[in-house]
Design a protein around this ligand. Structure first.
Ligand code: UGA
Length: 431
């Protein structure tokens, strides 16, 4: 099939590349000419394991092309996939202006029947609005479908090629048949539903996962006080198939471009229909407070942070990505700076993005975790990059002023930290 994918962010680029890999002819569209030029040179705008290789192979096979010309891309395609961003407005609501603008342009570009698929995460009812906008500008018939995306950064290719499920929101038989065929090579459960339910599935799924994380973080806070170990508690809970073991990793809370934005958007969506989503509001609040535990524990162990040197290990919102959007590191380092601490940070790949995002020169960026630890009063581990697990804690400790470790992701066992001479705090373990 011939596909046009509008938007080359995470969702758009990964989906486009994976559909090309499945043998379809894909053209990816973006307004950003510089980004398109880079992609044509096979340079990837963000770090995602395996993506560069797939771009290279599929570009060489001429199944994958890149353009800024939305009209031409739409006109040569059977299916148009909308994957533009839906960032948060100050109110927390999703900003739909990019979606609406793209819908208008798609409408004008139509030169025959097409299926327009929305992959962007959009509030319930948005697909109907998109359909109205396209209809206002189009002289040809079209159908609309909601096919939400469930990929995770860092494992995006695997999640797309081997998804747990594919949700297709449509009431049209023609669309159902075509989209079932499009996804046929992926051996996943396909759920066909109405459009509004498909839109809701995406928000409800992200909100539920965020709830699991805040729940386990709350349990971890109680574990610390009653002398239980959160790792064992989560393990014991996870064996129950009704609960499941994933997303029960206690830590300093969730970040990223999805959970913070989508939980807020769902709270707003509920509010718009006079439903006070109390549970989800608490999930967000717990997540905000969980980040601050790093600061509280540091102050308990070191006293005032003014003039103290703090090494920060990990800046990205999770490992295997250079994405720092809504990363706990932004809030935590912000607080350290406010309290007058000297921050020495290390991340294997996210330092440049962090530097651009934080908007201050007050952080020293180091070339390695050990270098960051030099002269430090404490280390705060904020992202569980695999290399931290392998690291020689004694060597890091030898470079420090005092051996204090805030292990925000429970990367180390207490025995490891104790035997390397650290005074430490790990999440959800009795001190
Ligand atoms: C999330 C969802 O997992 C995807 O299914 C969804 O498609 C995506 O959002 C999206 O809406 O586009 P992502 O944000 O890439 O994916 O990353 P996750 O692996 O879900 O991690 C999110 C945050 O939760 C990270 O900060 C991670 O450190 C944290 N987390 C995750 C925990 O603190 N504990 C856990 O047990 C799991």
């Amino acid at each position: 099939m011939r596909l046009a994918v509008i938007g080359t962010g995470y969702v758009g680029l990964v989906s486009g590349v994976c559909f090309a890999e499945l043998g379809h002819e894909v053209v990816c569209v973006d307004l950003d000419a510089e980004k398109i030029d880079k992609l044509r040179r096979r340079e990837v705008p963000f770090y995602e394991p395996g993506l560069k290789e797939l771009i290279e192979v599929n570009s060489a096979a001429e199944r994958l092309t890149f353009t800024t010309d939305l009209t031409a891309a739409v006109q040569r395609s059977d299916i148009v996939i909308l994957a533009v961003g839906t960032p948060s407005l100050p109110s927390g609501e999703a900003n739909l202006s990019y979606i609406k603008k793209a819908a208008e342009e798609i409408g004008r570009a139509l030169n025959g029947y097409k299926i327009v698929v929305t992959k962007s995460t959009v509030p319930v009812g948005t697909n109907e609005a998109v359909s109205r906008i396209i209809a206002q500008h189009a002289s040809y018939s079209f159908d609309i479908a909601s096919v939400p995306e469930f990929l995770r950064e860092g494992t995006a290719i695997r999640d797309t090629m081997a998804p747990d499920r594919i949700v297709i929101g449509t009431l049209s038989d023609r669309v159902r048949q075509t989209l079932t065929e499009l996804h046929a090579p992926l051996t996943a459960n396909i759920l066909i539903t109405d459009i509004r339910s498909a839109e809701m599935i995406k928000y409800a799924s992200n909100a539920f996962l965020a709830t699991k994380i805040s729940f386990i973080n709350e349990i971890s806070n109680i574990c610390e006080k009653v002398g239980a170990d959160i790792t064992r508690v989560a393990e014991g809970m996870g064996y129950d198939k009704r609960i499941g073991s994933s997303f029960l990793q206690a830590g300093i809370g969730y970040g990223g471009s999805c959970f913070p934005k989508d939980t807020q958007a769902l709270i707003q969506l509920a509010g718009n229909v006079q439903h006070d989503f109390k549970l989800l509001k608490s999930v967000v609040e717990v997540n905000r407070e969980q980040r601050m535990k790093v600061i509280i524990k540091l102050e308990q162990l070191l006293g005032e942070l003014q003039g103290r040197t703090i090494a920060v290990w990990g800046l990205s919102f999770k490992p295997n990505t250079d994405d720092v959007r809504e990363a706990p590191s932004l809030d935590i380092i912000g607080e350290l700076i406010v309290r007058g601490a000297i921050v020495r940070a290390y991340d294997p790949i996210a330092a440049d993005n962090f530097r651009r995002m934080i908007g201050t020169d007050a952080v020293a960026y180091c070339g390695s975790a050990i270098e960051a630890a030099e002269g430090a009063d404490a280390i705060c581990l904020l992202t569980e990059w695999p290399e931290f697990k392998e690291l020689d804690l004694r060597q890091a400790g030898a470079a420090m002023k005092s051996r204090v470790m805030i292990d925000g992701r429970n990367v180390y066992t207490q025995e490891q930290l104790e035997s390397a001479g650290y005074q430490s705090y790990s999440v959800g373990r009795a001190a």
